[in-house]
Design a protein around this ligand. Structure first.
Ligand SMILES: [Zn+2]
Length: 83
């Protein structure tokens, strides 16, 4: 058995179980799959977004230095303060 997340042309998402991939393809081609919410027969497989861990671009917690110059750190900027 295989479960697919499907969506109809009206944007309803629902899950449907099939015996196999070809079972889904046969039923989809024959129009035997209908949206349980609205009965729409135009359904398509939703693309399941894989859980990618993009830890490389995690945002920093501390505030950005205003100028990035020397002595500008921890949110204290001597240039911005007119020093
Ligand atoms: Zn629907």
């Amino acid at each position: 058995m295989i479960v697919y997340t499907l969506h109809c042309s009206k944007g309803h998402n629902f899950e449907e179980w099939f015996d196999s991939i070809s079972d889904y393809e046969n039923k989809a081609r024959a129009g035997e799959i209908a949206c349980p919410d609205c009965g729409d027969g135009k359904v398509a497989k939703s693309v399941m977004a894989p859980h990618v861990n993009s830890g490389a671009k995690s945002p920093a917690r501390f505030p950005e230095p205003p100028c990035g110059g020397p002595g500008c750190m921890d949110g204290v900027c001597p240039v911005a303060e007119g020093g």
